[in-house]
Design a protein around this ligand. Structure first.
Ligand SMILES: Cc1ncc(COP(=O)(O)O)c(C=O)c1O
Length: 376
């Protein structure tokens, strides 16, 4: 999809924010608002935003993040979203000529960061069962230039996840071949039985986390790294937030992480129920199917290739005619992006019902042959 089509869609969606069912960015709209509202209101009343936060981060937040992961010996580091952590990892650990084993489809922003550091990704095609990297394929792909394995678990955009034994096998590969294992666990709270690579290879693994999706705080831009202290020191050379990350984001994240055990189960249950509803809708639309179901995250791909329709057209019709914002796969896969759309579903059921009404109609209408004007 061209940049202008994408930015037009976002411009339109933001301008009509209150009317849009936002199923396009894997954001989470199910966390009860009282979880963070009180804390943010107090912080605003106290005008916390006038001063800088503590540079290294609020000690309570650091403690909560460490506890959330439960891996003694690993140290959290705060950045402006997980995105910035991914950038720091690429800049600090990669250089010209290095190779990173990754997948296609993938969260391609990370691939861009790899390229900015002069390295390249070796993208293994995973648009076929099991729709994720396997340790066997990664082993075969390792060569003299390989420096890093990118393990996004669960994977945006397909929603596939890695069984514990596969995470262990990837960790062993990283250990045996002296590679860095970049474990992006942005969606881990949605995944049953999720395993952290750091459990098996604490020295080789750099974990990137976020509170955007699990805690529903994407707009506040807070995430970070988790790694041994020495590794954190080398990554922190590329830290741009010398004066700390957003103080209100830290306040909200503290409130959310303190209470997460009380509400995350409900968020995941509703997300799953929404996924099941979407599966039923897709089953009724000829030419469409789900490559991965159930998703281990809060998004999945819907393959539309058998409809002969372009995902861009479907995105546009869904947004402009129905106010339902899903994404074309084009920004997630150079090879297969024209075969699928991606939908996220940590949303109120009413948003999912809007999708359920719009999607069959959009596909039917776009597929209907345009009848020639009748001669008079
Ligand atoms: C796999 C993956 N990693 C990282 C991010 C970035 O998240 P953040 O909002 O923390 O920057 C995203 C956002 O969609 C993502 O899908």
């Amino acid at each position: 999809m061209s940049a202008s089509v994408t930015s037009d869609a976002f411009r339109y969606a933001h301008a009509h924010r209150s009317e849009i069912a936002w199923l396009s960015q894997n954001t989470n709209h199910l966390v009860p608002s009282e979880v963070v509202r009180g804390a943010l209101e107090t912080a605003i009343r106290e005008r916390r935003y006038e001063g800088y936060p503590m540079g290294s981060g609020d000690p309570e937040l650091l403690e909560l993040v460490a506890r959330d992961f439960g891996r003694p010996g690993l140290v959290p580091f705060l950045t402006a979203g997980g995105t910035e952590s991914l950038y720091m990892v690429a800049r600090a650990l990669l250089g010209p000529g290095d190779e990173v084993i990754a997948s296609d489809p993938s969260y391609l922003i990370i691939h861009r960061f790899v390229e900015l550091s002069g390295a390249r990704t070796k993208n293994l095609d995973i648009y076929a069962p099991p729709f994720r990297l396997t340790s066997d394929r990664v082993r075969e792909a390792i060569g003299p230039k390989t420096k890093m394995i990118l393990l996004i678990d669960p994977l945006n955009p397909l929603g596939s996840g890695f069984p514990r034994e596969e995470v262990r096998a990837m960790a062993e590969l990283a250990h045996d071949h002296h590679l860095v294992l970049l474990n992006d666990v942005t969606y881990r709270d949605f995944s049953d039985g999720h395993a952290l690579a750091a459990e098996f290879a604490p020295e080789e693994t750099v974990t990137v986390w976020s509170v955007s999706k699990n805690c529903g705080l994407a707009g506040l831009r807070l995430g970070g790294l988790l790694a041994p202290a020495e590794r954190i020191r080398s990554l922190a050379r590329f830290n741009t937030n010398d004066l700390g990350v957003n103080v209100l984001a830290q306040v909200a994240a503290i409130a959310a992480l303190r209470s997460k055990p009380e509400w995350i189960g409900g968020v995941v249950r509703q997300t799953r129920a929404n996924g099941a509803r979407i599966r039923d809708v897709v089953a009724g639309v000829p030419g469409t199917e789900l490559p991965v179901y159930p998703s281990r995250a809060n998004m999945m791909a819907i393959d539309v290739s058998a409809t002969g329709l372009s995902p861009d057209r479907i995105q546009e019709e869904m947004l402009m005619k129905h106010g339902v914002f899903i994404r074309s796969g084009n920004y997630l896969s150079p090879t297969h992006g024209n075969r699928f759309i991606r939908i996220s579903f940590s949303n109120p059921p009413s948003d999912i019902e809007r999708f359920a009404r719009a999607f069959p109609e959009v596909v039917r209408n776009l597929r209907a042959p345009v009848s020639a004007p009748r001669a008079v």
